[in-house]
Structures are given as structure tokens and as C-alpha cells.
Write a protein that binds this ligand. Sequence first.
Ligand code: CMP
Length: 138
Amino acid sequence: MERTLSIIKPDGVQRNLIGEVVKRFEKAGIRIAAMKMLRLTKQQAMGFYKVHQERPFFESLTDFMSSGPVVVMVLEGGDVIQKNRDLMGATNYKEAAEGTIRHDFATDIEKNVVHGSDSPATAATEIAYFFSELEICR
Ligand code: CMP
């Protein structure tokens, strides 16, 4: 059993896509083990994305991620990191495969609706950024 962190970004929440994203996870047999809505401060967004701090899009990305509420989830299941990445599609929605969340709903490389951890080590760090072990349902 594997865990990953999913975020429905401010564009997804604002455009009423929470249900659509959650439906896709559930239909794929992924279990939602924890879920909450919150609004990141700029500082918290910078902390979450600190691996990207040298990238030219860091300032804009962290402004965007702190611009409105997000929904954060712990997803659980076999091979769930890859499964979630397959459901999301490529970061750049123009390269995302048909039927993926980003292909269907993203409007911009930045406003790409969802975030998902990219490896087991990242997943552990990202989950711990938002959830204590007590908040994750077994
Ligand atoms: P995410 O998977 O959350 O990881 C980093 C985010 O930076 C990415 O999705 C996009 O929202 C954003 N981003 C903006 N510009 C770029 C870019 N040129 N390359 C990669 N990510 C970008």
C-alpha cells in the first residue's frame, strides 16, 4: 500500500472541480485517507514548493497557490503515486493525454488544477507538510 499527496489548486476549487477530481480518484479505485480545505499563506506556499525556489516561475506559482482555498488529500492504494500521475496528465496541459484531469480542465501551465507527489520520498514529505498521522484514516 502506497500513499501520495494530492492538491486541488485554487483554480480547481474556484471552478467547482472538487467533485469532478474526487470522482475520478474514487472511480480509479483510489482511497481517500484524509482530506481538508485550507488557504495557504504566501510563506506556506513557498515552503511547500521550495524545491522550485530557483525556477523563474516560483514567484508567480506561490502567488497563485496562496490566492484562494485549496483541497489537500492523502490518497492511498497500490501504485497510487503513478496512478495519480496518470489521472492528472502532464504538467503542461498541452502535452497531457486525452481524458486526463489537466487535459480536460487546465487552462495554463501554472493553473493546472491539481498537484501530485512525484516519488515515495516526496510523498512522505508533502503529506507531513499538511497532515499529522492522527488525521490520516486507516
Ligand atoms: P506542480 O505539479 O504543482 O509542480 C510545480 C508547479 O509549477 C506546476 O505544477 C505548475 O503549476 C507550475 N509551473 C509553472 N510554470 C511551470 C513550468 N514552466 N514548468 C513546470 N511547472 C510550472
